[in-house]
Design a protein around this ligand. Structure first.
Ligand SMILES: [Cu+2]
Length: 150
């Protein structure tokens, strides 16, 4: 009985630590980053970009075939690359979250599906969710010790 109680308390502490740890972790210092994105009908390569808040980012859009564009939601930035050319844009990632970027030049049949994703800031949502779930289970077991031990 006593060891079961200790186990539950440990589970609660562990769950809370997991949930709260990322917010105490030091954020990565801002850096200068260059991303080369190859645009071809009808996809971006890479289709996902991950960066940290405060990073100074240069996007290089390279068109591999026809004219392609890139419009970044949330930041309201756009680029257009002519065939075989590279278009550049530099900005500071001062807004955290996930933002879609999409082609804003009608380039063919599948043009509306030419979409990528830019994520700003480290993703802590998974550890937060896992930690809170473990904590919730531990709290439930602490409140209802009899039901749990039957
Ligand atoms: Cu397009």
């Amino acid at each position: 009985m006593k060891s079961a109680m200790i186990f539950r308390l440990l589970m609660l502490a562990g769950g809370l630590a997991l949930a709260l740890l990322p917010s105490f972790a030091q954020a990565a210092p801002p850096v200068e980053r260059v991303f080369r994105i190859e645009a071809s009908s009808f996809a971006y390569k890479p289709g996902q970009i991950q960066l940290n808040l405060g990073d100074r980012v240069t996007l290089e859009l390279v068109s591999m075939d026809v004219v392609h564009g890139l419009y970044l939601d949330g930041y309201d930035l756009s680029l257009t690359a002519d065939p075989g050319q590279t278009a550049r844009l530099t900005f500071v990632a001062d807004r955290a979250g996930s933002f879609r970027f999409r082609c804003n030049v009608t380039c063919g049949a599948m043009h509306p599906f030419m979409i990528g994703k830019l994520t700003v800031g480290p993703n802590h949502s998974f550890t937060l969710a896992a930690g809170l779930t473990i904590s919730a289970i531990a709290i439930f077991l602490l409140i209802h010790p009899r039901r749990a031990s039957q």
